[in-house]
Ligand binder design. Structure first.
Ligand code: HEM
Length: 502
């Protein structure tokens, strides 16, 4: 018996090895180049082992073939095409969007927060996105402005308090608290307390959303290998506490709503109003688009996407301003001039006049892109222009935003922080689809205008009140965390800076 088991095991191992090695010939058979995969892990060994941030893993493959328009890698045994040519990126994101409207072919339904705009596919995605879009219109952002100002004032008080006993600040943590509260206040119409309460549940949840835990590592591996495994093994992608939190949040928002004096015109309330209208219409043939599960899922994605990325961008922006005092002074002077022009205030419209600040933020997003790569999946056969290659339904695609942003073909001296790249005169020389911080095409970041408003108002508050400089704990260069979720570009040891009250 023992020998029979041994033989079966041996044959299984041999067949698996042959199968995997055959899989690794996938791109070669199609005439596509790429660096050599590691057995079983493909190109993800260093990322999964927590040794290299995914941005740098993709960058190694990107740089190995400078002249190629696309290259093949493997996520474990699954092939993934990295598109390097900005023109082709434009085809995928915009021109041929109807072939690439999804990020995954199989949104494994393993938890109750899965039905959000970032994960949904096809027509369902389109319906939900169309319902959510008006909540990020210019008018809606304008109506959020005073809540955002309030969040900035709380940030200012928090910093003053902190500075009374320590002038060194880990801006990463403080900004994550600020952006968490901003999502709660401006997008959900609730009073989050991350900055005022050291034991805030809201901040605890934000931290859990990106915590690298054994569960996350297993989920990440299974999603790369085959998302169906999650369904088969009944593994929830989301921590049960997080799932419970967002369903409770929905309940709280409903309760607030019953109070007539509470009429905040925010995304959460808008979703509930749409749900109620759909239910009132009571058309049995039409499925409700924004049911409770979809609403809770969207609260989840808005908090996840809405707190981490702007906090990352703002943190690195302050870091660069500390290292480049002349740029910091120029932004500060612009803020002062714009305030003076507007009788001392900085209203919603005046943010548009902060042109140099916008250049500084754009350069920060280029150099330290918080969403350092993003994905698409081919949904029907697509012939790659000017080649004989045909991508098939289910083929995975990566847009290597970090690598494009650091390619000297598009950005000379790419590691230098130089906001002038984005001045009116220089902007016209930029090649289309080489600035990809917010993605592109119909599936571009839904919150990018909100993020810009938030980042500008926050910077204006901080630079008006504080001079920011390096301190003994400031890392130069900063160490990027190798052990993060897929797209994070996190500072491993925080971002420490000195704040001096002006
Ligand atoms: C500096 C800040 C931000 C950056 C750099 C950023 C970056 C990105 C990127 C690269 C994508 C993928 C786009 C694509 O696939 O073409 C994305 C999607 C998305 N972002 Fe953002 N984001 C930011 C802020 C926000 C904020 C504040 C929110 C919400 C309040 C948000 C919500 C979303 C959502 C829901 C999606 C999925 C959209 C869809 O699939 O239709 N993001 N973001």
């Amino acid at each position: 018996m023992f020998y029979v088991v041994l033989i079966i095991l041996f044959v299984t191992i041999i067949i698996s090895i042959l199968f995997i090695n055959n899989r690794y010939k996938h791109w070669q058979r199609r005439g596509i180049v790429g660096t050599k995969p590691t057995f079983f892990f493909g190109h993800l060994r260093e990322f999964i082992m927590g040794k290299k941030n995914l941005a740098f893993v993709i960058d190694d493959a990107y740089k190995a073939f400078p002249e190629e328009r696309f290259i093949g890698i493997f996520e474990f045994t699954k092939p993934n095409l990295i598109i390097k040519d900005p023109e082709l990126i434009g085809d995928v994101l915009v021109k041929d969007f109807s072939y690439f409207h999804d990020r995954t072919i199989d949104p494994a339904n393993t938890h109750r927060l899965n039905r959000h705009v970032g994960r949904l596919t096809g027509e369902k995605w389109n319906l939900v996105r169309t319902k959510l879009m008006p909540s990020f219109s210019t008018n809606k952002l304008k109506s959020m402005y005073s809540s955002m100002e309030q969040c900035c004032n709380i940030l200012d008080s928090h910093l003053r308090n902190h500075l009374s006993h320590n002038d060194q600040v880990d801006v990463k943590e403080v900004l994550e608290k600020f952006t968490t509260d901003a999502v709660g206040n401006c997008i959900f119409g609730l009073e989050y307390d991350s900055l005022t309460n050291p034991n805030s549940l809201y901040f605890k949840i934000s931290q859990q959303l990106f915590a690298v835990t054994p569960r996350l590592i297993i989920v990440t591996i299974l999603r790369f290998v085959n998302p169906k495994f999650l369904k088969w093994f009944k593994i929830s992608e989301v921590n049960p506490e997080v799932e419970k939190f967002f369903y409770n949040l929905l309940y709280h928002i409903e309760e607030f709503r019953k109070n007539k004096s509470f009429q905040r015109n925010n995304l959460a309330q808008t979703m509930l109003s749409i749900r109620d209208q759909e239910m009132e219409q009571n058309d049995k043939n039409k499925k409700i688009v924004l049911d409770n599960e979809t609403i809770a899922s969207n609260l989840y994605i808005m908090q996840s996407a809405g707190f981490e990325t702007p906090a990352t961008a703002l943190g690195y922006c302050l870091y660069e301003l500390a290292l480049n005092p002349e740029i910091q002074e120029k932004v500060r002077k612009e803020i002062k001039d714009v305030r003076e022009k507007n009788n001392g205030s900085l209203n919603f419209e005046a943010l548009n006049d902060l042109v140099y600040m916008e250049m500084v933020l754009t350069e920060t997003l280029r150099l330290y892109n918080p969403g350092n790569s993003f994905r698409r999946v081919c949904t029907k056969a697509w012939k790659v222009p000017n080649t004989s290659l045909i991508l098939q339904r289910g083929d995975r695609i990566t847009i290597p935003a970090h690598s494009i942003h650091h390619d000297e073909k598009y950005y000379p001296d790419p590691y230098k922080f130089n906001p002038e790249r984005f001045s009116e005169e220089n902007k016209i020389n930029l090649k289309p689809f080489t600035f990809l911080a917010f993605g592109g095409g119909p599936r571009t970041c839904i919150g990018f205008k909100y993020a810009k408003m938030e980042m500008k108002l926050c910077l204006a508050t901080l630079l008006t009140n504080y001079k920011i400089s390096p301190c003994s704990k400031t890392e130069i260069p900063i160490v990027i965390n190798p052990m993060t979720t897929q797209t994070q570009y996190d500072a491993k040891n925080g971002i420490w800076l000195r704040f001096t009250t002006i």
